[in-house]
Design a protein around this ligand. Structure first.
Ligand SMILES: Cc1ncc(COP(=O)(O)O)c(C=O)c1O
Length: 468
């Protein structure tokens, strides 16, 4: 805390210091004053002066911190310059006291916003009570979370025969467990051992562990780590015709996202999911819905498959992300067809299901299953869509299809969105991309109408600036 505060004081002072060094010259007018500075420097100053949040420069406190730390971090991410130190609701602050409206919610994680008061209170309380005792013993919260997940799922008309839960720590781990459970079911259903194939779809993203990665048929992610786990096949998303050839008697499991997040916010058609479920039942394959990004009321129903007829409900559902609002936790919901085939010792985890994570997830499920919150999600979705249509009209060469549901929305662009993402950030808005040239919007579900308007003003301004 002392560290954080001292950085903030230092950075605020620094942010104000250069304008203060030129008496009588405001920040905005500084660059246009007659100057002996080189033209390039003047242009940079002018550009920065016109932006509320110009990205931190090479001599900033942010850069100093990154330069100190980055050499010790395995470089698995290319990050922009700001360093975030604080969050509240839909807002983030960096160490130089810049304020950002966050339409990313930590990649669809902080569904109740940053540092929700109830969440924070529970976190502190449980941290003082019991954090971990291992899965060798019972605790009050793993079971309470499991029970609530099943109750809320059935109450909401989703996964009609959901019956038991396995709790883990992340999305990849949830999918890894789902893959193992499907393989185990395959072994029980067909003791010959031949029923072990696994089907997933183009543009899917299921995670980075070797099992979940093997179901993520994207050369960018798979190639450096080949060979993949044997028996994983790719089929075509939303292609009903191709289902019979892809899903066969040898298939033990099929995993699909009802809405593909990383793949560019692509929505599975109800007809496709109905046909897929029918085929799974014909050949005795386990149907898995990966709702790690799209579930937990992000689409306006508790699970994203909530609008589907019962025959298209899954045998397994995986969840994570919003389940912990930023605290790592994942879960796998299964029906009896699956649960009765999983025996003691088949799967396990040291941390998964610890009382701290489970109490937090219990709170999240209670809050995210509120009907009013779900209604609000749909109303807010319409606000986004109206503004997207305005963008389509204003920038017809750039803005194409609007995709998604609720507050998982994609705006298809005709070019690489990276310059727009930077221009938005420098105006105080955080957005992310997905798929090919898609801007992805996954804000907190508690984002307000005013924040949506303000964010989309910044986005419009950012797009206009990149056209200039
Ligand atoms: C649909 C989906 N499945 C699985 C994962 C992997 O989750 P995690 O990063 O928690 O392992 C993600 C993460 O983005 C996801 O969006």
């Amino acid at each position: 805390m002392a560290f954080k505060l001292s950085l903030r004081r230092q950075s605020t002072a620094l942010a104000c210091s250069w304008a203060a060094r030129v008496p009588g010259v405001s920040r905005r007018s500084f660059a246009s004053a007659s100057s002996s500075l080189a033209e390039g420097v003047q242009q940079t100053i002018q550009r920065d002066a016109s932006l509320p949040n110009p990205d931190p420069k090479a001599d900033s406190p942010s850069a100093a911190l990154v330069d100190d730390h980055a050499p010790f971090m395995v470089a698995t991410y290319a990050r922009p310059p700001p360093v975030f130190v604080q969050g509240e609701g839909s807002w983030l602050w960096d160490i130089e006291n810049r304020k950002y409206l966050d339409f990313t919610a930590g990649i669809a994680v902080t569904a109740l916003g940053h540092c929700d008061a109830g969440f924070t209170r529970i976190l502190a309380d449980q941290a003082k009570t019991l954090v971990h005792a291992s899965n060798l013993y019972y605790n009050p919260w793993t079971g309470a979370l499991s029970k609530l997940l099943i109750e809320k799922t059935l109450e909401s008309g989703c996964m009609r025969d959901a019956n038991a839960v396995f709790v883990c720590n992340s999305g990849s781990e949830a999918n890894e467990a789902a893959i193992k459970f499907a393989r185990k079911v395959g072994k029980v259903v067909d003791p010959s051992g031949d029923k072990h194939d696994f089907v997933s779809f183009n543009n899917a993203f299921h995670g980075r562990t070797m099992g979940s990665l093997s179901a993520t048929h994207n050369p960018k992610y798979q190639k450096p780590f080949s060979p993949m786990v044997p028996g994983f096949r790719q089929a075509k998303y939303n292609d009903i015709e191709s289902i019979p050839a892809a899903v066969t008697e040898k298939t033990c499991g099929v995993i699909v996202e009802p809405i593909q997040g990383e793949g560019g916010v692509q929505t599975a058609s109800p007809e496709f999911l109905v046909a897929l479920a029918k085929r799974c039942r014909e050949v005795g394959a386990v149907l898995i819905y990966d709702e790690i990004q799209c579930g937990l009321s992000r689409t306006g129903t508790f699970w994203a498959h909530g609008n589907l007829p019962e025959e298209a409900h899954p045998d397994i559902l995986t969840t994570a992300k919003a389940l912990g609002n930023g605290y790592p936790v994942g879960a796998v919901l299964v029906n009896t067809h699956v649960s009765e085939k999983i025996k003691v010792g088949d799967h396990g985890t040291t941390f998964g299901g610890n009382p701290l994570a489970c109490r937090l997830a219990h709170y999240m499920v209670s809050r995210l299953s509120e009907p009013q919150l779900q209604k609000d999600v749909l109303a807010k979705s319409n606000l986004f869509r109206d503004r997207f249509q305005r963008l389509q009209a204003r920038f017809p060469e750039l803005v194409g299809e609007i995709r998604g549901r609720g507050l998982i929305l994609g705006l298809q662009l005709t070019e690489d969105p990276s310059p727009i993402v930077q221009a938005a950030r420098e105006r105080g808005l955080l957005v992310i991309t997905a798929g090919t040239n898609t801007l992805r919007f996954v804000p907190s579900l508690t984002v307000t109408n005013e924040e949506i308007d303000a964010g989309l003003d910044m986005l419009e301004d950012a797009i206009a600036a990149t056209r200039a």
